[in-house]
Write a protein that binds this ligand. Structure first.
Ligand code: ATP
Length: 453
């Protein structure tokens, strides 16, 4: 019944805007590159995703602790972590238009694999092969561009007042490792989890909410005994697939990519990227990294505070190693929208609908009176609506337009089920329950709606 469609980004962006999922940031002023705002349905979808993630990775486990650290942090955090020196992308400028590009992306577009190349390799290749900008102009020298957003704390704008908006939430987690150990005395292995905003001054933001300058991450730093890292790495690898399954992403669109030595971040000894087939190609969705003891050791050295761990069982002091699963919230939303967007024909009419999993759909059930101008139907529909609201989140009431229009509207926002109150309801306390994907209608008792859903 569902014809596979080559969903375009235009389709997704247009639906997201039309139906109140995602709007352009600061739109009436012409926007601000790399920023997007979430509208009412987008916020609910995000909250559902974040709540589900928190439940799966924190609340349902005994070995996880949540933190919510400040976005502004002491600049020494990012000096010690290596971000001040190395959190950079290769930048190249069109000498005529002054437009700036990622040199690795320019090489990719020219059919050259940039993996493992240094900045000077890229510079040489661009020169030797005479590679031009997308506007067909010569390109300047390739330079490293640090992606952290720098700011000043307080009134003085000097070196001592420099701070950075965090480029990843991980830093705030490492800052609270000792606090949580001292307060809770957890046994290894255990993890700290955080959901929050991160900021990256991306050279070329784009592809809607794929590459943002203000993004949100859901991250775990899982502390383990060094010799056990492989086992825990594999555990999270499996869990990350369970997660993509739980939010309804098609398994066939999620792929693993083992990152080669030369391409890993400076702190990682093994990384697997989880990639997704977006409409613009296969690109990173999530990352899973083995960060060794890099961070705890670096922060111990730089701060002078001992971040080692005393193991009560073996009576040994050690620096735990870290497995880091990292999930971008915005890329999750984009993957969900891209995967859910479906066009088909129902009852001889074309329709667009979002095949969202009921685990995350912003509206789980919509309640309609068959006719708007029959007070008995409206009253009964309101009664069913109030009853359902007490049982579950995401219940809406809709009496706008005719019933066909209401179905189409709910289909477009991915509502899994619609309940219609008609004249039979008044006689026998049953309603029709319509399934979004098949359009099939089933007659069920009011008292059985919740179980049915
Ligand atoms: P990319 O290679 O695409 O720039 P990355 O490898 O730098 O990504 P990580 O540092 O591993 O990304 O960040 C962890 C996660 O945070 C990513 O898997 C992604 O989901 C999300 N993320 C990173 N950068 C961005 C961004 N600019 N916009 C939206 N999400 C992002």
């Amino acid at each position: 019944m569902n014809k596979p469609t080559d969903t375009t980004m235009e389709n997704i962006i247009s639906l997201a805007k039309r139906r109140g999922f995602v709007y352009q940031g600061s739109e009436i002023y012409g926007g601000l590159a790399g920023t997007w705002d979430y509208g009412p349905l987008g916020v609910t979808l995000r909250n559902n995703v974040k709540r589900l993630w928190w439940k799966m990775f924190v609340e349902d486990r005994e070995d996880m602790f949540g933190v919510d650290a400040a976005i502004l942090m002491n600049a020494n955090v990012w000096k010690a972590s290596g971000h001040v020196d190395t959190f950079a992308d290769p930048l190249v400028e069109d000498v005529k238009t002054k437009k700036r590009y990622r040199a690795d992306h320019i090489l990719e577009d020219a059919g050259i694999d940039p993996k493992g190349l240094t900045v000077s390799d890229m510079d040489r290749l661009i020169k030797d092969k005479g590679i031009k900008s997308p506007d067909r102009n010569p390109l300047g020298e390739v330079k490293q561009f640090n992606m952290m957003f720098k700011t000043h704390i307080g009134a003085a704008e000097d070196e001592a007042s420099v701070s950075y908006l965090r480029p990843e939430t991980a830093g705030g987690i490492f800052m609270n490792f000792k606090n949580v150990v001292d307060s809770f005395h957890p046994k290894l292995p255990f993890g700290l989890a955080q959901i929050g905003k991160a900021f990256r001054n991306e050279i070329a933001p784009g592809n809607f909410i794929f590459r943002l300058r203000e993004l949100e991450q859901m991250e775990i730093e899982y502390f383990v005994k060094p010799q056990t890292w492989e086992k825990h790495f594999e555990e999270f690898r499996t869990l990350m697939h369970s997660w993509t399954d739980m939010i309804g992403l098609s398994e066939a669109r999620v792929h693993e990519l083992e990152i080669a030595d030369a391409d890993r971040a400076h702190y990682s000894k093994r990384t697997i990227d989880f990639e997704f087939d977006y409409p613009f190609g296969r690109k990173e969705l999530y990352g899973l990294a083995y960060r060794t003891d890099f961070d705890l050791t670096a922060h111990t050295k730089a701060s002078g505070t001992d971040l080692s761990y005393y193991d009560e069982e073996t009576k040994e002091r050690l620096v735990p190693h870290v497995i880091e699963p990292s999930f971008g919230v915005d890329r999750t939303i984009l993957a969900i929208l891209a995967d859910a967007y479906t066009e088909d024909e129902l009852g001889g009419e074309k329709r667009v609908y979002l095949k969202l999993s009921k685990n995350i759909a912003p509206v789980r059930v919509a309640v309609f009176p068959l006719l708007k101008n029959k007070p008995a139907l409206v009253e009964k529909a309101r009664e069913v609506y109030s009853m359902l609201r007490k049982e579950m989140p995401g219940v809406v009431f809709d009496d706008n337009g005719n019933i066909g229009k209401r179905y189409r509207r709910q289909d477009e926002i991915g509502t899994p089920a619609c309940v219609t109150i008609d004249f039979d309801t008044l006689e026998n306390e049953t309603v029709t329950l319509r399934d979004r994907d098949t359009g099939q209608q089933t007659r069920v008792k009011i008292t059985e709606i919740v179980d049915f859903l």
